[in-house]
Structure formats: structure tokens, C-alpha cells
Design a protein around this ligand. Structure first.
Ligand code: NAP
Length: 255
């Protein structure tokens, strides 16, 4: 008698924790992963009602408020994912902050700006990873995706502290990939200009950047959260890829 194919039980369905997923890129990734049948844990530090509203919209999702820059919160966010679903397979480190400071304005890029940006983008990413790794190892096919930026490798971006924080994220990605295999893969995505609330209050920066990108990049448009989400889905299934930084910028890096 032919064997009946084993059905995937709810307990076997992959679980993804996506930081900073109440809006923009994180929300776009959450929607795409949920549509692919992955259970999703949403997070943000402040925008609780937006996070809860998105969780209610998705087929199987919960929202956990917490600041990734706070070590206790980072542990609590991961613990909430385990309490809810009993497993963790995917961590997307998307929460990020910046200050819009022209690259030549050295005085405004002071120690406070460096500390604030590094606390979230670098220390926060690290704290989420260290809290999640034991569970990702248990998954057997754990995957970490860090959201970086094209500014990590080019002389551009919202400020020098921000660009340097993303360069640190790229190198953290490579170093951890060298240590966490074979059970856990670690990759990053470097988006170019993506249409999200990130630029709220920075209308001039947004408009001039949008115009430049539309006129000069090979794909002639700015990116959407869904463009980044598509790259995330690709990395989740790219079983022989680790330590990579995937650029999603409409080809800006070649011009
Ligand atoms: N948009 C772009 O052009 C672009 C380009 C390259 C890279 N990126 C990167 O993409 C990521 C997402 O940006 P986005 O454009 O989608 O911006 P966004 O719409 O402003 O989203 C940022 C998200 O991060 C959350 N967040 C901020 N600080 C947090 C913290 N300490 N702990 C937990 N959550 C926190 C925000 O919620 P609360 O503020 O309510 O906590 C929000 O959900 C960032 O890492 C950014 O550097 C963006």
C-alpha cells in the first residue's frame, strides 16, 4: 500500500520574528511571509496599534511590543515568540533608525547621534540574534536576515553614523555566517531607496532622491517594501547561501 504523504501539522509550520514590522519594509516582509504560510511575530518599539492591526489582518500572527536596543526587551520578544508558537525558524532584523544629516555636516553628527543609531541598528540587531540563536539552532534550518542598506558600501545615505552602522551590520552578517553554520544561515539585504514612512518629514530629501533614482537607475523607479520582501523570500529558500549581502536597489549600484 502506498504511503500516505505526511501532512504538515500546525506545530511544524515555520515561525518568523520580524523586528520593526509595524510599517514599511518590515510590514511588507510580514505580509509576504504570511502569504507563504509562515507564522509571523510582529514587533515595534512604539507603534503598538499599527502592529496589532497588521497582526489581526494576517492569517496567523501576533504582535509583541519591545525595543530591540533594550537587552531585556530583546530577550522578552524572543521568549514571546517561543511562548506563542513553541519554535522559531526565521529572524528578520529590520528595526532601524537614522538621523538625516548631510554627510559634510560633521558637527551635527555628534556622539549622541552615533550612540542612538548604533544602539538600535547594531547593538539591537546583535541582542536579537543572541537571544534567538538557541531556538534557530533547534529549528535545524534557522535563517537570519539582516536589513542593511546600499549606504553601507557607498558614499551616500541619510548620515555617516547611519551608513557606518549598516557597514557594521554587513560585517556582523559575514562573521556570524562563519560561525553559525550548518544549522543557521545568516544573510543581509541592502535596499536602495524604498517608498516607506522612513522619509516622513524629509520631503525635500525624498523628492530629490526619488527623482534622481527614477531618471538614473536601470530599472527607472524607486523600490517598494514588496521588492525587499521578495528578496527575503528568496534568501529563506536559498539553502546553500550564507554570509551574503543581496542588493535590492533597481541597479543603482552599477551607475
Ligand atoms: N526606506 C528606505 O529607503 C530604506 C533603505 C535602506 C534600508 N532601509 C532599512 O529598512 C529598515 C526599515 O525601514 P523602513 O524604511 O521600513 O522604515 P519605517 O517604515 O520607519 O519602519 C521602521 C520600523 O522600525 C521600528 N523601530 C524603530 N526603532 C525600533 C526599536 N528600537 N525596536 C523595535 N522596532 C523599532 C518602527 O516602529 P516604531 O518606531 O513604532 O518602534 C517601524 O516599525 C531599517 O533598518 C532601514 O535602515 C530603509
Amino acid at each position: 500500500m502506498p504511503e500516505t504523504p505526511a501532512e504538515t501539522t500546525a506545530a511544524e509550520t515555520r515561525v518568523a520574528l520580524i523586528t520593526g514590522s509595524s510599517s514599511g519594509i518590515g510590514a511588507g516582509i510580514a505580509r509576504r511571509l504570511a502569504a507563504a504560510g509562515i507564522r509571523v511575530v510582529l514587533n515595534s518599539a512604539r507603534s503598538e496599534s499599527a502592529g496589532k492591526a497588521l497582526a489581526a489582518e494576517l492569517p496567523d500572527a501576533v504582535y509583541v511590543r519591545g525595543d530591540v536596543a533594550d537587552a531585556d526587551d530583546a530577550r522578552r520578544i524572543v521568549a514571546a515568540a517561543i511562548d506563542t508558537y513553541g519554535r522559531l525558524d526565521i529572524l528578520v532584523n529590520n528595526a532601524g533608525v537614522t538621523r538625516f544629516i548631510p554627510l559634510g555636516d560633521l558637527d551635527t553628527a555628534d556622539g549622541d547621534a552615533w550612540r542612538e543609531i548604533f544602539e538600535v541598528n547594531v547593538v539591537g540587531t546583535w541582542q536579537m540574534i543572541t537571544a534567538a540563536v538557541p531556538h534557530l539552532r533547534e529549528s535545524g534550518a534557522g535563517s537570519i536576515i539582516n536589513i542593511s542598506s546600499v549606504s553601507a558600501t557607498r558614499a551616500l545615505g541619510s548620515s555617516i553614523p547611519y551608513a557606518v552602522s549598516k557597514a557594521a551590520v554587513n560585517h556582523m552578517t559575514r562573521l556570524l555566517a562563519s560561525q553559525l553554520g550548518p544549522g543557521v544561515r545568516v544573510n543581509a539585504i541592502a535596499p536602495g531607496l524604498i517608498d516607506t514612512p522612513w522619509y516622513e518629514g524629509e520631503d525635500q530629501v525624498w523628492e530629490s532622491s526619488r527623482e534622481w533614482i527614477t531618471e538614473n537607475t536601470p530599472l527607472r523607479r524607486v523600490g517598494t517594501p514588496d521588492d525587499v520582501a521578495e528578496a527575503a523570500l528568496y534568501l529563506l529558500d536559498a539553502a546553500y547561501t550564507t554570509g551574503d549581502v543581496l542588493t535590492v536597489d533597481g541597479g543603482r549600484h552599477v551607475v
